[in-house]
Write a protein that binds this ligand. Structure first.
Ligand code: SAH
Length: 214
């Protein structure tokens, strides 16, 4: 089995310094990134690059997000320990582990069976306890567990799915990259039952949030 060593910890510390230089301030986010062994979520062939700010293939034609993107989205959620959050696009489970490490109650949805199984096994092996990992379609959100303090979408959405907005608590936030080839990061804050405050950030690049049209 692959190990987590002092050498990996040293690389994570350097990654955390880089993220701080790039403008990530949240202590909870930086502490989580300094703890989660990202190299154990990717193919051992990429291990030497695991703590650089890079994306990698994770199977099923998907990619693990850049550490900066993970940090940026986690910070934008503006949540504190114990908050109930929903992630769309579990992938290999790295972002999920970061959210668990931040002390959040994490629900996460993945539509690819292979990745769903991988993340389930990996998170268990590394003792990250999620509230629920769901094999299904993230466009629908998770009505039966709603409302959420925050929802994070980790795939590029062609539009903002309505159920995700309606499953936010008042004061809750949805962080979602919107666009086809490249995406603009959008942040929606629910200010009351019917009103959302929208902010946009820079350009990011994600694999697409796929819709099952049937
Ligand atoms: N959070 C991951 C990012 C994975 S890439 C990380 O930490 O690296 C995005 C993931 O979204 C892929 O695994 C893809 O299969 C998944 N995805 C795409 N469309 C989806 C949908 N409609 N519902 C749920 N997951 C979806």
């Amino acid at each position: 089995m692959q190990q987590d060593t002092f050498r990996h910890q040293g690389m994570r510390n350097r990654l955390v310094s880089l993220l701080r230089e790039k403008g990530i301030h949240s202590k909870d986010v930086l502490a989580a990134i300094s703890q989660v062994p990202r190299h154990l979520f990717i193919d051992p062939a990429f291990e030497s690059h695991a703590y650089q700010n890079k994306a990698f293939p994770i199977g099923a034609a998907q990619t693990i997000s850049h550490p900066y993107t993970v940090a940026f989205q986690s910070e934008a959620m503006s949540v504190t320990k114990g908050a109930k959050v929903l992630e769309i696009g579990t992938g290999c489970g790295y972002q999920t582990a970061v959210l668990c490490e931040m002390g959040l109650q994490v629900y996460s949805i993945e539509r690819q069976q292979e990745l769903f199984k991988f993340a389930q096994r990996k998170l268990k092996e590394l003792a990250y306890f999620t509230k629920q990992l769901i094999f299904g379609d993230g466009y629908k959100g998770l009505e039966k567990e709603a409302p959420f303090d925050a929802i994070i979408v980790t795939a590029g959405a062609p539009y903002v799915p309505k159920p995700l907005l309606s499953q936010l608590k008042i004061g809750g936030r949805l962080i979602i990259p919107v666009g086809e080839k490249t995406q603009i990061m959008h942040l929606y804050e629910r200010t009351d039952q019917k009103t959302f405050k929208k902010q946009t950030f820079g350009e990011f690049k994600f694999v697409p949030l796929l819709e099952d049209k049937n």
